[in-house]
Design a protein around this ligand. Sequence first.
Ligand code: CP
Ligand code: NVA
Length: 308
Amino acid sequence: MNHFLDIHKTSPEDLRAMIEMAKAMKRARGGRPKGMRDDETPLTGRMIALIFEKPSTRTRVSFDVGARQMGGETMVLSGKEMQLGHGESIADTARVLSRFVDLIMLRTFEEATLLEMAEHATVPVINGLTDSSHPCQIMADIMTYEEHRGSIAGRRFVWAGDGNNVCASWLHAAGQFGFDLTFTGPEAFDPDPRAVEFARSRGSRIEIERDPLKAAEGADAIVTDTWVSMHDPESARERRNKLLRPYQVNAAVMARAKPDALFMHCLPAHRNEEATDEVMDGPHSVIFDESENRLHAQKAILRWCLGV
Ligand code: CP
Ligand code: NVA
């Protein structure tokens, strides 16, 4: 039984196997994400619980569709409507759910909640996003980069804006997949130093550059995300927008990157804040491929967790 809790907690060999499985499963469907069951249905007879303590569109739909394509059954649970949201402990929730379902995917706030669920569940637990990381997203993003530009190893990515949960997972991935990353953003929103340290310990070059135009010079890809995440208080929006505005990804920033650089964003976006429409909908952008690949990547993660 494998939990998929974070990219830095999974071996590079297993991560690579999942990416290759995702690519192969996408090919086996003739590249078509929608409808019809896969020819192989390794999740037949398996029940998957998808628990959301925060909103979701992509994660929810891609896990649900992906599990069904592989012959599995799903139930989508809202944390607020469970006893979990009314005082029942995470440990007891984990023990009870383990009697009914074969796998738990959890989107929650604190990382500690996810870890507690994994500790007490006797079925695999997948991290569907916490305040600290978003590993499923980055698996889809690596697949997307490689579909467009080949191996990610040795490339240089730029993360622009808030050094948030998605940025932390990119840093974990830099260490595991062997690429470099330059962070450009205000000091107040620097990335998690543990994620920076992890990537450096694996030999990745991680730089902090306060000038976004300098950071973008010669980059293979420019990545950003919303300036106000689901865990950020609404009261912080104005301050965050003000401090982060100089780090907007716009045509001037993209022009500094390599001519074939990709623009990436996990979505949902606040259009014309962290990135302009011109970039989001422009020739460098692969944002909707990233969304689609959530489906294929998630299917590979589910199979790896269940060993099927
Ligand atoms: N990127 C992502 O996880 O999107 P959702 O919040 O819609 O699931
Ligand atoms: N950083 C964002 C990602 C959403 C998929 C958030 O946590 O809200």
